[in-house]
Ligand binder design. Structure first.
Ligand code: DX5
Ligand code: ZN
Length: 211
């Protein structure tokens, strides 16, 4: 499990006027997971979509859906995403006060629970939650927008987390999100990443299936 390598195209950079066709293109290209970026205009300076859109996406693909909640106070809306049919639900450490309760709740509903940290948040704040999560998402750009440049020091954080996982014998997956390109994906992988979130490098490409 800790050696898995999965590709999760982020629809943030897809053509929203034709989402089903865009998802079909990456499915044919071998996508493993569809990454859905939920933004509330408060936790991050951008607004995207919510459970209604995810529920519509649920009907057009059998791939696992991975909802990345970049929202303040996610506890209020977790049920709606679970009912929309997500398989992975990730909240930000910076946005949740009772993180253990939130993670426990998500898992009690049969959904994989993830925690994410921003570039300026150190890995060590996650120490007490690591044994409970299914996934840790390391943000390698400041969240809010697609197409930004990979923050190089994220590699150090991925390695630190991966070492900690080995040391403690944990099984969570490491997901990395932001600025992944075909030039840097190898080093991100070698650092210990399992799930590669890729937005612009796929949907900004003329041939999304090949990308
Ligand atoms: C950024 C989002 C990412 C974004 C990554 O806030 O969380 O999922 O779509 O996109 P790229 O690959 O374009 O950096
Ligand atoms: Zn994301």
């Amino acid at each position: 499990m800790v050696n898995q390598k999965l590709l999760a195209p982020s629809i943030l950079s897809a053509d929203f006027s034709n989402l089903s066709q865009q998802i079909r293109l990456v499915e044919v290209g071998g996508a493993d997971i569809i990454h859905c970026d939920v933004m509330d205009g408060k936790f991050v300076p951008n607004i995207t979509f919510g459970p209604m859109v995810i529920s519509a996406i649920r009907k057009i693909t059998n791939l696992p859906l991975d909802a990345h909640l970049m929202v303040e106070n996610p506890d209020c809306i977790i049920d709606e995403f679970i009912n929309a049919g997500v398989n992975y639900l990730t909240v930000h450490q910076e946005a949740v006060i009772h993180l253990h309760r939130t993670i426990d709740y998500i898992k009690s509903k049969g959904v994989k629970a993830g925690v994410s940290i921003n570039p300026a948040t150190p890995v060590h704040v996650l120490k007490e939650i690591l044994e409970y999560v299914d996934l840790v998402l390391i943000m390698s750009v400041n969240p809010g927008f697609g197409g930004q440049k990979f923050i190089h020091s994220s590699l150090r954080k991925i390695k630190e987390l991966s070492n900690l996982r080995d040391e403690m014998g944990y099984n969570f997956l490491i997901e990395v999100d932001g600025g992944i390109t075909k030039e840097n994906i190898k080093e991100v992988s070698e650092a210990g990443c399992n799930i590669f979130v890729v937005g612009w490098s796929i949907f900004g490409n003329d041939n999304k299936t090949a990308a």
